[in-house]
Design a protein around this ligand. Structure first.
Ligand code: ADP
Ligand code: MG
Length: 615
């Protein structure tokens, strides 16, 4: 009997990818545009909601209602300093919700608020639909990947996003571990020794560094993980945006930072330029009418780009060093350095890495954009008992990314589970009352490496009642268990009575309630209906946009050969037609398909005869 297929999802900060195990192999599933990755982007306007490619295309036109980077918000508190920094650059609005949970505010037939989980779940629904269209059957089970360095709340929130998308999350797996599976799958089987692999995953929002050992049977043991959930391509874009904004402001004595739309357009331009600089050494960014009617045109060299990001790039290498220390490994013991994530295409990053490993050649055997989803799909096969020998052989031993403990009386952190402990793991510790006549002990649970508990990430608190006694007499045994998803479960036993209790610390905290998740699921159904009509309008909008672009390019190229070639009044006629077409294009709201088509026809009627005579 053929069971229902499960999918592997790499839910990225900027791009997501979905894969499935079928016909004895992994297949990466293309979206409806035929692309193998899909932007993790959702855009809202008065007529509907768009997800993926079409949403990303809205970034320029509708920046305040086009949401990306949900992964940078997920499981974080509003007052988080990193989040506050990011907020300054996001064109969309983020507010503080109840329990300090951040909420994204968009104009979607009136002001609507969304949790980051909700935005992520919309991306997940999209990927689920992409998979269903490809497989011709409904899909409910999935393995979803997260950065290895995600903490407990970020993992919980990712599971919630899956639930809200109607997915049964079989397992959460670390992205670099998934990439290691992919790498191991590709490895020759005649190797007899263990291979130490350093996985360097630099994406849009995060850097993950992992060291794993793969043995020739397919057993993958994670030795150490480290990373930064706030270091990636977006940060490199930001550095460029700031640079150009300052130059522009200085040159034109203005402040474009107040112009959200202009900032959004500059960001899009910078991201494109950054990509180009991976293969060319110099590029000019040109943006028409960027701010206060001024056209933007500035040049940037690869060297300048590297200079702007020098600190961030060296931080990447420092994290590699840290990971080696944690794994108790010398860099000469690393057999392979594997690159994952879009930002590893940056030549300087490759150069720094290779230099760090004494000129070692970096492994580019696996597809850097797809490796994570690929590995997740292999894991779905493993979990559903697939018969293939290679899948059967796969054994994963992952680790806890950050230490888990409780605060004790002097404010220091008492670690119960040390970071990089292999999971699943169970550890316990006994705590005693610290003053006379205490009737209960309260435990604050933290995750992180700092010695002062308060400097770490607070996960929640729980209380255990104890017999009233002199201090030090009543005792509580606290048990911490981290499951294969990297998620913490706690329990405690009061030792005099022997009474045990299970503790759900996360309930106190930012996790969404069951009702909130159910509401998200209901809303998802409602939104689906709006989406289809909107896509048709958007396609018509884009056709018009491209046509205008082509006409402008034609006029420019004719003018550049001979600027007297186009008679003045003819040029004016065309320019007027372009202006009125642009007005339709720039309307905040998408108009009817007919309206776009009519506008295009009018523009065509004016321009074709004129240009036709000149070329
Ligand atoms: P994530 O998993 O975080 O979503 P990806 O691995 O998909 O990220 O990488 C996306 C990032 O890679 C983006 O910041 C994008 O700008 C960057 N990127 C993609 N291609 C290139 C390139 N050729 N040069 C530099 N950066 C690139
Ligand atoms: Mg990624």
């Amino acid at each position: 009997m053929v069971g229902k297929k499960a999918i592997g999802i790499d839910l990225g900060t900027t791009y997501s990818c979905v894969a499935v195990w079928q016909h004895e192999q992994v297949e990466i599933i293309p979206n409806e545009q035929g692309n193998r990755t899909t932007p993790s982007c959702v855009s809202f306007n008065e007529v509907g909601r768009l997800v993926g490619e079409s949403a990303k295309n809205q970034m320029n036109m509708n920046p305040t209602n086009t949401v990306y980077d949900a992964k940078r918000l997920i499981g974080r508190r509003f007052n988080d300093t990193k989040l506050q920094e990011d907020m300054k650059l996001w064109p969309f609005k983020v507010i503080k919700g109840t329990n300090d949970i951040p909420k994204i505010v968009v104009d979607y037939n009136g002001e609507k608020e969304f949790f980051a989980e909700e935005i992520s779940s919309m991306v997940l629904v999209k990927l689920k639909q992409v998979a269903e269209a490809y497989l011709g059957e409904t899909v409910t089970d999935a393995v979803i990947t997260v950065p290895a360095y995600f903490d407990d709340s970020q993992r919980q929130a990712t599971i919630d996003a899956g639930l809200a998308a109607g997915l049964n999350v079989l397992q959460i797996i670390n992205e670099p571990t998934a990439a290691a599976i992919t790498y191991g799958f590709d490895m020759k089987t005649d190797i007899t020794h263990d291979t130490n692999v350093l996985i360097f995953d630099l994406g849009g929002g995060t850097l993950d560094v992992s060291i794993v050992t793969i043995n020739n049977n397919g057993k993958i043991t994670v030795k150490a993980v480290t990373g930064d959930t706030h270091l990636g391509g977006q940060d490199f874009d930001n550095a460029m945006v700031e640079h150009f904004m300052m130059q522009f402001n200085q040159k034109h004595k203005t402040d474009m930072s107040v112009n959200i739309k202009a900032m959004g357009r500059l960001r899009v331009g910078c991201e494109k330029a950054k990509r180009a600089l991976s293969s060319t050494t110099e590029i000019t960014i040109e943006i028409d009418v960027l701010h206060e009617g001024i056209d933007f045109s500035m040049e940037i060299t690869r060297a300048k780009f590297e200079d702007l990001n020098e600190d961030l790039f060296s931080k990447c290498i420092q994290l590699v060093e840290k990971c080696l220390v944690d794994a108790e490994m010398n860099k000469t013991e690393v057999n392979e350095v594997v690159l994952v994530g879009g930002s590893t295409r940056i030549p300087k990053i490759q150069e720094l890495l290779s230099d760090f490993f004494n000129g070692k050649e970096l492994s580019k055997n696996i597809q850097s954009d797809e490796a994570v989803a690929y590995g997740a799909a292999v894991l779905t096969a493993k979990l559903s008992g697939e018969n293939s020998q290679k899948v059967k052989n796969l054994v994963l031993l992952d680790v806890v990314p950050l230490s888990l403990g409780v605060s004790i009386r002097d404010g220091s952190s008492s670690v119960i589970i040390k970071r990089n402990s292999p999971i699943p793991v169970k550890q316990e510790r006994i705590y005693v009352t610290s003053v006379d006549n205490q009737s209960a002990i309260t435990f604050d649970v933290y995750q992180g490496e700092r010695s002062r508990a308060i400097d770490n990430d607070w996960l929640g608190k729980f209380q255990v009642a104890v017999p009233v006694e002199v201090k030090g007499k009543s005792r509580v045994n606290v048990v911490f268990e981290v499951d294969v998803n990297g998620i913490l479960n706690c329990s405690a036993e009061e030792l005099t009575s022997g009474l045990k209790k299970k503790i759900r610390i996360s309930n106190d905290k930012q996790r969404l309630s069951k009702e909130e998740i159910e509401k998200m699921m209901k809303d998802a159904e409602k939104y689906k209906l709006d989406d289809e009509e909107n896509i048709k309008k958007l396609l018509a909008h884009n056709v018009l946009e491209e046509y205008i672009y082509d006409v402008k390019a034609k006029i420019k190229s004719i003018g550049s050969i001979d600027n007297t070639k186009i008679p003045k009044e003819e040029l004016e006629k065309m320019e007027n037609a372009i202006t009125s077409a642009n007005q339709i294009l720039d309307l905040h709201k998408l108009v009817d398909v007919d309206n776009y088509e009519k506008t295009l026809n009018e523009l065509e009627k004016v321009c074709v005869p004129i240009i036709g005579q000149l070329v």
